[in-house]
Design a protein around this ligand. Structure first.
Ligand code: HAM
Length: 416
């Protein structure tokens, strides 16, 4: 039997109901702050991501679903949303609008990662981007909005890790210093860290080796090297979060798998998620639009995984759909079917949830099915002019002209 591709899954009706709740809450939290929804194409020119996300990242090197469009052009299923939103911002001249332009999305993304709990090859993100402002208030507001979203979704246990990356030039200089420091302590480092000093010195901070950890405790920190402007910007973001009463942990070695970040960087992690503990994260990307050959326009934003938010929120009960009216057919003659069909349609037009017998069950089976659906009323339509209207709660049944069915149910709804 053909199955869903590895790392993908079906959103079944109960899951879909949970996602609808999530979507409505995201729309409310972000809409209330003036963010407006955007949807970009599922695939984009490959170079948008190689330039935007960065050639050296795992995403671009190993995880992109790229294909030839048949005309010699390489396209890629979007692995993330920030570069596409920046592309759309430029393409539609949004720099002419009042800044910052505040956008949000709920879309699917694709990464060819090794699937595991909380990690899929097609996954969904809620994301928010504010493009065109450099102020620390924009960063702080975005962080607070993500905290608010997690809170209303029931992901109350997430820890906020916060850092600042400064400018790429500061970072390059810092990396040279860190390499020099590591080379000076080579003998005390674990072998794998030693081998990667030149390639990726930052990895030394993640090592669990005792000797390496001791060396790293005295290592230079990027946060201490920020330019005065970047340090001031970061201090202001922290102040605003402090004022808002949002707790965070400074994590000077926080790394995220995207190369476009400058200045503020953050991630929310939930211990209930296991190995894939990042629920959502983001940061500032003041050089991204320039990297995409646009003007120098700053931006900041975040994205949070839908699957991981739902997982961290735990099982939330989903409401079963209401059925106001079940139309049962007591005869299979054309008259009964026509009356029943019309009744169900008119009920829906009147705003009721109405279902019609579609499986050819006998009357007993139909009443049983209506009971299973928890229908409030069943209209039994036969060859006669009148229909039998049964109140499923009281069990009472009376005959009434078909035209009376909907007004009776509507009256009943108003009373209840
Ligand atoms: P990201 O950290 O790569 O950031 O992804 C954001 C979130 O998407 C993660 O925290 C995680 O919850 C979820 N996620 C990522 N990969 C997977 C996967 N394979 N399976 C399930 N969930 C996943 C970005 O994508 C940036 N565009 C965020 C951003 C927006 N930065 C600035 N603006």
């Amino acid at each position: 039997m053909i199955q869903a591709p590895r790392g993908t899954y079906d959103v079944l009706p109960d899951d879909a109901a949970r996602r609808e709740v999530l979507e409505a809450r995201a729309a409310k939290v972000l809409g209330a702050a003036g963010y407006r929804r955007i949807e970009t194409p599922t695939f984009e020119a490959t170079e948008l991501f190689s330039r935007g996300v960065g050639e050296a990242t795992d995403i671009v090197r190993k995880e992109m679903y790229s294909f030839d469009d048949g005309g010699g052009r390489s396209l890629t299923l979007r692995p993330e949303g920030t570069a596409p939103v920046c592309r759309a911002y430029m393409e539609h001249g949004m720099h002419k609008l009042a800044q910052p332009v505040k956008l949000w999305y709920l879309s699917s993304f694709f990464r060819a990662e090794a699937p595991q709990r909380g990690r899929y090859r097609q996954f969904w993100q809620v994301g928010a981007e504010a493009i065109g402002s450099e102020t620390p208030e924009t960063d702080a507001e975005l962080i607070l909005l993500l905290a608010e979203l997690l809170e209303v979704l029931g992901v109350g246990d997430a820890r906020l890790l916060l850092s600042s990356l400064g400018q790429p030039e500061t970072r390059a200089e810092y990396r040279d210093d860190l390499r020099a420091y590591l080379h000076a302590h080579e003998a005390e480092l674990s072998e794998d860290v030693r081998e990667r000093i030149d390639l990726n010195p930052m990895r030394a901070f993640d090592s669990s080796d005792r000797g390496t950890r001791a060396v790293m405790a005295g290592a230079p920190m990027l946060l201490d090297r920020l330019t005065p402007e970047d340090a001031e910007h970061f201090a202001r973001v922290r102040e605003l979060l402090d004022d808002a009463g949002l707790a965070y942990e400074l994590e000077p070695t926080l790394v995220r798998g995207l190369d476009y970040y400058t200045r503020t960087l953050w991630e929310f992690q939930s211990s209930s998620l296991g190995a894939q503990s990042a629920v959502g994260g983001g940061g500032r990307y003041d050089r991204l639009i320039e990297q995409l050959e646009g003007p120098s326009i700053p931006g900041v934003g975040w994205a949070a995984g839908v699957e991981r938010m739902l997982m961290a929120a735990g099982e939330q009960p989903v409401g079963t759909p209401l059925v106001d009216l079940y139309v049962a057919l007591a005869a299979d003659g054309g008259g009964a079917v026509r009356t029943g069909f019309g009744l169900a349609r008119d009920a829906r037009r009147a705003g009721l949830q109405a279902q019609l017998e579609l499986a050819g069950r006998g009357l007993k089976g139909q009443l049983k099915h209506a009971d299973r659906l928890k229908a409030r009323y069943v209209a039994i339509v036969g060859d006669r002019d009148e229909v039998g209207l049964k109140d499923m709660e009281s069990g009472e049944q009376h005959d009434t002209p078909a035209a009376n069915v909907i007004p009776t149910i509507l009256r009943g709804s108003r009373l209840s």
